[in-house]
Design a protein around this ligand. Structure first.
Ligand code: GDP
Ligand code: MG
Length: 328
């Protein structure tokens, strides 16, 4: 092995030996290739890595084709997928049963949840998917679970505030995600997306604040250089949970847009839900391809301010806007 490999490369090499999940191996191999110093001395190693990457890619693709199932895959429903993560006993299952109609097993002993279990929580006229995840633990969490975290929209890190040192638990969870190449951040910034470490938006749910022994609310926010937002709550009493669906909706950064037929009275139907920053044309596209092609003009009613004003196709829509689309 060439002598001048970076510590980063060696660290990745070490990790590669530890993970078993092919998808994760693939991510690490790609990172290794990026971390290799590019010169003549490493030509052979680079070629070798490329070969392993393409072999691994083939394997992953074939498994996908065969319907080789990801054991922890959770089909998306609703406008966003929010994952309840955290140590055993933090209260993840209690939160799911408090907020949704799902009925997970809740128990005072660890490791009750082995499979992700989804439920739906309503915010006004939209539904958000909430998923109770198996516990996070360095020794027991299966690597394949991190694929599920990768594809979700938001991670809710549930922390038991009656733990002797909840700030340490937070750090352990964050570190574990980092080791699996998922970096928890308060907000996503558009990044190039070619790095194998991905950023994932996360909030902390400081749970069990009803307990006498719970750390004072706010304790986590003060601890260290924690940058994730902290919401105090109790799955037991429901305290702090009433505003959660609305908060999640805003964190998902979506807008709901309604449509009205020309010349007809507005009937409030299920909204079209699009990413914040979407335009009138995006809405037309979301409704129907022909709509976008034949788009002639649009009138917009929005947030009580506008009243049927004409809107250009690049006009950015706001949550609650009503569009009347005229086509050729
Ligand atoms: N006092 C109190 N107990 C809670 C709260 N949330 C969960 N628990 C209890 O903590 C234990 C573990 O909860 P569970 O939801 O199964 O945790 P999970 O392992 O994270 O899914 C159970 O005995 C729950 O009743 C809470 O907010 N307050
Ligand atoms: Mg559970």
């Amino acid at each position: 092995m060439p002598a001048n490999l970076s510590p980063e490369y060696l660290r990745l090499d070490e990790r590669l030996r530890q993970v078993r999940d092919p998808q994760e191996k693939l991510v690490i191999l790609r990172e290794m290739l990026a971390a290799i110093p590019k010169h003549k001395g490493t030509d052979k190693l680079q070629a070798d890595l490329k070969r392993r990457i393409s072999k691994m890619e083939e394997g992953v693709q074939q498994r996908a084709k065969r319907g080789g199932r990801d054991p922890f895959h959770v089909p998306r429903e609703g406008i966003g997928q929010v994952l309840l993560a955290g140590a055993p006993n933090a209260g993840k299952s209690s939160l799911l049963s408090k907020l949704t109609n799902a009925t997970p097993a809740v128990a005072g002993y660890p490791f009750t949840t082995h499979q992700p279990l989804p439920g739906m929580v309503a915010y006004e006229d939209v539904q958000i998917q909430l998923v109770d995840m198996p516990p996070l633990s360095r020794d027991y969490t299966e690597a394949a679970l991190f694929n599920t975290y990768r594809v979700g929209d938001i991670i809710l890190l549930v922390i038991d505030m009656s733990d002797p040192d909840p700030a340490v638990v937070v750090q352990e969870c964050i570190d574990l995600f980092d080791e699996h190449l998922i970096h928890l951040v308060p907000h996503l910034v558009d990044s190039a997306g070619n790095l194998s470490t991905i950023e994932k938006q996360a909030l902390i749910l400081a749970n069990k604040i009803d307990l006498a022994g719970a750390s004072a609310p706010g304790r986590l926010a003060e601890a260290g250089d924690l940058e994730l937002p902290v919401l105090n709550c109790s799955a037991e009493t429901g305290e702090g949970l009433a505003g959660l669906p609305e908060r999640l909706f805003h964190e998902l950064r979506l807008v709901r847009v309604y449509t009205k037929k020309p010349g007809k009275k507005f009937v409030r139907d299920a909204p079209f839900v699009l990413p914040e920053g979407s335009t009138v044309l995006d809405v037309a596209r979301a409704i129907h391809k022909d709509f976008a092609d034949g788009l002639r003009s649009v009138r917009l009613w929005g947030s009580g301010k506008h009243d049927g004003i004409p809107a250009p196709r690049d006009h950015i829509v706001a949550d609650g806007d009503i569009l009347e689309i005229h086509t050729r």
